[in-house]
Design a protein around this ligand. Sequence first.
Ligand code: ZN
Ligand code: ZN
Length: 401
Amino acid sequence: METASKVLFLVMDGLGDRPVAGLGGRTPLEAAHKPKFNHFAFHGATGLVDPVTRGICPGSDTSHLALFGYDPFQFYTGRGPLEAVGCGFDAKPTDVCLRVNLGTVENGVVTDRRAGRIEDIRPLLEGLNGTKVQGITFFLRPGIGYRGALVMRGGEAAISDGDPHSTGLPPLAVKSLVPKAKKTAVALNSFLEKAHRHLDNHPLNKERAKLGLPKANYLLVRGAGVLPSIPSFHRRWNLRASAIAAGGLYRGIARLLGMHIIDVAGATGTPTTDVRAKFAAAGEALRTFDFVFLHIKGTDVLGHDGKANEKKQFIERIDRELSVPAGTLFVATADHSTPCSLKAHSADPVPLLIHGPSVRSDAVREFSERAAAHGGLGRLRGIELLPEILGLLGRTPKYGE
Ligand code: ZN
Ligand code: ZN
C-alpha cells in the first residue's frame, strides 16, 4: 500500500508536560512505558506542534479549531457557543451562548467552582429552562457532571464573565463591554440572582446540605459568544469525519464542523474512561469514515491536578489499549501542554507522531516531547497539520504547473 486513505487522529488533551523531579527529571510521557507509541515513532515521523502559534498558551477550544485546520484568530467566537452545541442545543445564529459551571456560593462567596464535582445537574436546571427576564429567554442545557450551557435568546454577546475563576471571591457581576450590551448584562445578572434563589431552595440541594455535600446553587457563566460562521470539515478537507469524545466542548466543536458524533458507553471525559472501548469504536468507525477524531481528556485532568505519576500511568494505559487498523495513517498529538508543575496550560509545544504507509520515517525512536524535537516533521503550527495529513493521503492538489 503506497498511501493510506484513512486517518486516526488521536488528541490526548494536555499531554505535553515539563520535567518532573519525582519522575527523575523526565516528563510523564518520557517516563511512561509505552512500547506501542515508541514503535509508531520508530517507524513513523515525529515533530513538535505549536497548537495556536508560538508563545500562545492555548485553551482546548482554540487549539482544537487550529488542529482541525481552522485559524482560531478567524473563527473563534468564544467557548460558550461550542459548549452549547456540544450539549445538543440547536442555537440560532443570534443566540448568545455561555459556558456554565454549577458552583457553590456560601455567604456571597464562591466556595467550590464545581459544587463538589456534582454528577448530574439535570433536575436542578429543569425549573429554570425557558425563564424570561426583561425580554430575554434563558435556556439551560446540562453537559457532563457540573458543566452545562446557558443560551440567551434576544441579547448581545459583548459581556464579561460571571465566573471569578477562583474560590474565596464573590461571583462577578456581568458587565457590558459595549454600550448596546448593557440591557443584556442587567437581564443576565437578574436571571443569575433568580436562579441562585431557585437552586439554593431546591429539594436536591437541601438533601445535599444534609449529607454535608456542597450545594450546587450558582450558575457560574463565562465565554459568551454567538455561533461562528464556519465551513464544515468535509467541505474544507473533503474528508468524511466522525468524532469520539465525551466532553461537551469537543463534541460541540466536532458537531459544529459537521463531524458525525459516535457515543461510546464508558467514555467519561475523565481518567476513568474506557480507553479500550474508545479505540474499538474508532476502529469500527474507520470502516465507514475517512477521518476519525478520537479525544482523550484524562491526561489534561491529571495535569490540572498536578498528579505526574498518575498522568504517566494513564499514558501507559492508553498505550496498552492503543490499536490502529493496518494501513491507517495514525496521528497522535495534543491540544496543548498541561504541565503538572503548573497545574495549568502552558505555551510549550506538544509532541506529534505520524505513522502510516506513506510516512518517511526519521531517526527518532520514541514518542516524547524531547525526542520529538529532533523529528523529521520539524515544528508546525496547528493549522499546518491538516494540510500535512492531506499530503500524506495523496490528496493535495498541485500548486502551479
Ligand atoms: Zn485541552
Ligand atoms: Zn485543561
